[in-house]
Design a protein around this ligand. Structure first.
Ligand SMILES: Cc1cc2nc3c(=O)[nH]c(=O)nc-3n(C[C@H](O)[C@H](O)[C@H](O)COP(=O)(O)OP(=O)(O)OC[C@H]3O[C@@H](n4cnc5c(N)ncnc54)[C@H](O)[C@@H]3O)c2cc1C
Length: 483
């Protein structure tokens, strides 16, 4: 076994938890986590508002690409899971259409349906001809045809990313966007059949109690006593002396540093670094997310009973997605008749400014207009949180920037991984982030090559779901596991 010496981990989100979990498993206990916040979880935390409603920082669900991660979750959360079949919808042309749109075109007016289908046929006919698309907008248009691109995919992606789509790559898409299987599209149109079963998250699970944050609180509590220091923000890193300075003025030494701090910030607080590295870090782009939780009493439209989330591509709705949050678990809302909750996400970026003060009122008004909230509802809570870093943008310049930054940091024994630590959106969910921590420790201790960070496609292939266990036999929507 190699010896990484004293390991400092910056951040006790999923990435830091994964690294620490694996160090504990290997018996390498000479490590410490420094976490700025007063609880573990990072962006995967949950909070309870003053009215007793629980909120995630954006709709978080568990759909894993790794058997190992599944086992850790089973061990961490022992008071029950709810298993859901994804029921996601799109609000478009004044109606709800099941997701993905291309498999449910029959729900649109016949002339619109025909036009979109024609575009898909045209795109399929051109497949394999011409040069590879370079940008996200080119990829969308060539894959889905111009009509479907203009109607849904371009406006929706512009709304989520808040960044020009012709400055974004498409290598991140992997298993995140349903490919148009023309035969299936045509069959569904012919038979007028709803078809929502697609994708890696067509089923997912959610903790019975405490929201997503319950997972990370529990994992944090299982790490060695005294090795997790909460309320400890690192403000500077001396890469020559291998020390970090905390806000409190304390200094901690390391031999190996694992960081889940956003890479642009890491480059700002680390010295000395070559100027090419700080310049490359300045080229990274991200968008912010406003999360709006609306706690309600009464007035839940009948159609909202089993839905999970709804996408909103159109301009008039401020949000790009609304989650029917209390459908994940009834314990996310305070007890009482007819209490339920909705959670909206709104992107903000330099290209898409947001009037934050007016956003809560606009959100509720729009939810009423979009048929999400019935007349009889009263608002029991209106919770608003802005996440400065929500999405790491996969710009065309990203990979070049990472190729400059990462080898330079590793030369200093600084390993940056995770959603913003590694800045690869395609492997930035909780499972990916946790496993980036695990795999990095395996590399440091045993020399085992990492997979997830250097090879996202392989990580997302399903290869790491193979294992000794069958999936749970019964996957009825909302089924409650015996604790
Ligand atoms: C709107 C939204 C929806 C999402 N939905 C899903 C979903 O459905 N499913 C899913 O699996 N994932 C989802 N995610 C992604 C999930 O939140 C991330 O995968 C995960 O939180 C990334 O973990 P991380 O440890 O890399 O980073 P983070 O969660 O950002 O944790 C980093 C930690 O480092 C700490 N830190 C930063 N700088 C310092 C410093 N200088 N000193 C000390 N501590 C520091 C922070 O306080 C934080 O706790 C979603 C994210 C968003 C924003």
């Amino acid at each position: 076994m190699n010896h990484p010496g004293r390991v400092l981990i910056l951040g006790c989100g999923p990435t830091g938890c994964g690294a620490a979990w694996r160090l504990e498993e290997a018996g390498h206990l000479d490590y410490r986590i420094l976490e700025a916040a007063d609880e573990p979880g990072g962006l995967a935390r949950s909070v309870v508002d003053d009215a007793g409603f629980t909120w995630d920082l954006g709709g978080h669900v568990q759909y894993s690409h790794y058997r190992y991660y599944d086992h850790v979750l089973d061990e961490a959360v022992t008071d029950g899971w709810r298993h859901h079949e994804r029921e996601s919808w799109i609000w478009i042309d004044g109606r709800f259409v099941p997701y993905p749109l291309q498999y449910n075109l029959h729900r649109l007016d016949p002339d619109v349906c025909g036009h979109l289908l024609e575009g898909l046929r045209h795109a399929a006919g051109r497949e394999g001809r011409g040069s590879e698309p370079r940008t996200l907008s080119q990829w969308i248009e060539r894959t889905f045809g111009r009509p479907l691109a203009e109607r849904f995919l371009l406006p929706y992606n512009a709304k989520v990313w808040g960044h020009p789509l012709d400055d974004m790559g498409w290598g991140w898409i992997g298993d995140r966007v349903a490919p148009p299987d023309l035969e299936r599209v045509e069959r569904n149109v012919r038979e007028g059949k709803d078809d929502g079963g697609w994708g890696p998250n067509d089923t997912f699970r959610y903790p019975e109690h405490g929201g997503t944050g319950t997972i990370w609180r529990s994992i944090g509590a299982r790490l060695g006593a005294g090795r997790v220091r909460l309320g400890s923000r690192v403000t500077s890193i001396d890469a020559r002396r291998r020390t970090v300075r905390l806000e409190s003025g304390e200094v901690e030494a390391y031999d190996t540093l694992i960081s889940s701090t956003p890479l642009d910030l890491l480059a700002r607080i680390t010295a000395p670094l070559p100027s090419a590295v700080t310049a490359a870090a300045r080229a990274l782009r991200y968008s912010s997310v406003h999360v709006l939780g609306v706690g309600l009493r009464g007035g839940r439209p009948a159609t909202m009973g089993t839905r999970c989330w709804i996408y909103f591509p159109e301009r008039q709705s401020p949000y790009y997605r609304v989650t029917l949050f209390s459908n994940y678990s009834p314990h996310l809302v305070p007890e009482g008749d007819g209490v339920w909750s909705l959670m909206a996400e709104v992107c903000e970026s330099p290209h898409r400014p947001v009037d934050a003060a007016r956003l809560p009122t606009r959100t509720v008004e729009s939810m009423k207009r979009d048929g999400l909230i019935g007349e009889a509802a009263t608002i029991a809570s209106l919770w608003h949180r802005r996440l400065e870093r929500g999405y790491p943008t996969p710009t065309l310049a990203r990979d070049r920037a990472l190729e400059v930054i990462q080898p330079a940091l590793e030369g200093l024994r600084i390993y940056a991984r995770g959603r913003f630590g590694g800045w690869k959106y395609e492997v930035s969910n909780q499972d990916h982030s946790f496993m980036q921590g695990v795999e990095l420790v395996d590399r440091l201790l045993r020399g085992t090559p990492e997979v997830t960070y250097p090879n996202p496609e392989r990580a997302n292939s399903g290869e790491f779901l193979a294992g000794d266990e069958e999936p749970p036999p019964d996957r009825e929507p909302g089924r409650k596991d015996a604790p």
